[in-house]
Design a protein around this ligand. Structure first.
Ligand SMILES: Cc1cc2nc3c(=O)[nH]c(=O)nc-3n(C[C@H](O)[C@H](O)[C@H](O)COP(=O)(O)O)c2cc1C
Ligand code: SF4
Length: 562
């Protein structure tokens, strides 16, 4: 009898989600939330309900970090041991919470206020002794120079994350103008003229992406906001979503109007449970105000928006993986071409844009097309939010004009390194751009061409500062361990190469420096040449920059096999 009752409630959950778009993750979370873990019975019921082979379901579920497989698992603390938290005592915090069954988790996107600890659906901030406190996401600091911003222009206004507050501070002016006065083609021209490019890392021109989806055949079209933000050192999307959710909704709705899309998803990383609740409320408010759903702003335009929560896997930020994850497939990156603009969600035309890109688009539509390019310096168009963390006096999310000297951000805006310390290195692109150091810090400006000229990349623009106390071999080891852990395993140069690099940084490999370098350079060049996605191509940058900028530390490491 009990078993029958269980079966019928399982069936009800399955029925509730089966008819919904992208039901897979939502259904897994529904069971996970209900039971506090994914039991074998639940897995069998889901496999049957979704007509998936049970072996495939097991493989996919166990790929994600956060689906607990043992009773009570959801409530056990997960402690961030990412590169910044390691500087702040993440490992000690983990040890202090061991009696509660704590396990480590990769960077949880709160590097401005380490150490994040997830317990159930709450994110706490911990310290090395295991003391925990609950605090809202830090508000982005204003820049001390009063330089005009785009994405953060209104974010500090009280009530901005309510619909009334958003509207009172200029929100929805852009969408209203677009829907009531402009054709979709004119909206795309406006975006193209603004020179906005993707802020998720690859920097593809946004207007061009929207144009490709507008031109592509096949319906329904989809807008996906990529809020996976798994790159260590990046925590900007969280601040935007928490303090300016309607800007993201408005940006997605604009993209839908411009491209003819009728459905959208926010793909939100698991580690932001409070953001999930806030964003759900924002979507409800937008529906109630006729800003989502049918006949938006009394026009014929229709757009439905859903949230799907990730389950912990850095690779799901890569757009092909994200699409597979949404579709309930194993989240491997997809081979490209074809690209998502023609063959995205369910093989139909799809825009995938980062949170910051969409929030910027909403602001850009409120202004004339030449406003946004004018915010940058020295011919670079617009602005970029930098997530700054590590050994720096005032960590946080700073919106800078492209072209700002790196030194100005580090020293004038963020206060420089701790007292009596010097900056030894700064990572770029979260960790994917490797390390800059020495003269680079004085000569680099914050724009892609300048950072690339140093052999690195700006990407999503997380920057982690290491002061002169830090062991750079240990820092690089921690970073490569992350890549090895998060490598999806689809292609062997990355799957095996990241492991071999971890071993080399842990003291393995030849004791002769020339041989060690030959081996490591061979691994790097193979990974760069044949890895199937950006993860396998980025990991070598970390080692290359380590070898180039810290040769003495590398030589000592190889000699002493530490
Ligand atoms: C390993 C890997 C992880 C990524 N993670 C993210 C992410 O968390 N958020 C994001 O917006 N883009 C991420 N990207 C880039 C996306 O594939 C894609 O380019 C981006 O979402 C497009 O949006 P944009 O044009 O607005 O930047 C990642 C790429 C790679 C290779
Ligand atoms: S490069 Fe790494 S993460 Fe990317 S597809 Fe290959 S194995 Fe997966």
């Amino acid at each position: 009898m009990i078993a029958n009752n269980q079966e019928s409630t399982d069936q009800q959950l399955i029925e509730r989600w089966r008819g919904q778009p992208a039901p897979f993750l939502a259904l897994l979370h529904a069971f996970h939330n209900r039971d506090g873990y994914l039991s074998e019975t639940a897995m069998r019921a889901i496999a049957k309900g979704l007509r998936q082979p049970i072996a495939d379901l097991f493989a996919t579920v166990t790929f994600y970090h956060h689906f607990a497989r043992a009773a009570g698992g959801l409530k056990q603390p997960r402690v961030c041991t990412g590169p910044v938290c390691r500087l702040r005592g993440g490992d000690a915090c983990l040890a202090a919470l061991a009696a509660q069954g704590a396990t480590p988790m990769p960077c949880a996107g709160r590097c401005d206020e380490p150490i994040p600890v997830l317990i159930g659906h709450e994110q706490w901030v911990g310290d090395a002794a295991g003391n925990l406190a609950r605090r809202p996401t830090p508000l982005p600091p204003a820049n001390p120079a009063g330089i005009e911003e785009c994405v953060f222009a209104q974010i500090r206004q009280p009530g901005r994350n309510t619909l009334a507050g958003y509207r009172a501070t200029g929100g929805y002016a852009g969408l209203t103008r677009a829907v009531t006065q402009l054709t979709p083609a004119a909206v795309i021209e406006h975006l193209k003229a603004s020179k906005l490019a993707g802020r998720g890392g690859a920097g593809f021109p946004t207007g061009q992406k929207w144009q490709a989806v507008a031109d592509a055949l096949g319906t329904p079209k989809t807008i996906i906001c990529n809020a996976d933000e798994g790159e260590p050192g990046c925590f900007k999307d969280r601040a935007i979503l928490d303090y300016d959710p309607f800007a993201v909704i408005e940006g997605m709705t604009l993209a839908a109007y411009a491209t003819g899309a009728t459905r959208g998803f926010l793909y939100l990383r698991y580690e932001y449970p409070e953001t999930l609740a806030l964003f759900e409320q924002a979507i409800d408010a937008a529906y109630t105000a006729n800003l989502l759903g049918v006949r938006i702003l009394d026009s014929d335009f229709q757009f439905d928006l859903y949230i799907r929560r990730g389950a912990g896997a850095y690779i799901c930020g890569e757009e092909g993986s994200l699409l597979n994850s949404l579709e309930g497939k194993h989240p491997f990156p997809r081979n490209r071409p074809p690209f998502p603009v023609t063959h995205g969600f369910e093989d139909l035309p799809t825009v995938v844009n980062n949170v910051e890109t969409l929030a910027a688009a909403a602001q850009i539509m409120r202004h004339s097309p030449d406003w946004y390019p004018g915010l940058g310096r020295n011919g670079h168009a617009g602005t970029k939010v930098i997530s700054l963390s590590g050994d720096i006096q005032r960590p946080g999310n700073y919106e800078v004009p492209f072209g700002l000297p790196l030194r100005t951000l580090l020293y004038d805006w963020a206060g420089g390194p701790p007292v009596d310390r010097a900056i030894q290195a700064v990572t770029m692109a979260g960790i994917s751009g490797g390390f800059l150091s020495g003269d680079d810090l004085d000569s680099a400006t914050i724009d892609e061409p300048s950072i690339r000229s140093k052999g690195s990349m700006l990407g999503a623009a997380g920057m982690i500062v290491f002061d002169d106390r830090r062991d750079m071999i240990a820092a690089a080891h921690n970073v490569i361990e992350f890549f090895a852990h998060e490598s999806c395993g689809k292609c062997f140069p990355c799957r095996i190469g990241t492991q071999r690099l971890v071993e080399r940084l842990a003291g393995g490999g030849p004791a002769d420096l020339a041989l060690w370098l030959e081996e490591v350079n061979d691994l790097n060049s193979t990974m760069k040449a044949v890895s199937a996605c950006g993860l396998g191509m980025a990991a070598p940058l970390v080692i290359e920059s380590l070898i180039q900028r810290f040769p003495a530390q590398v030589a000592a490491h190889v000699k002493h096999q530490t």
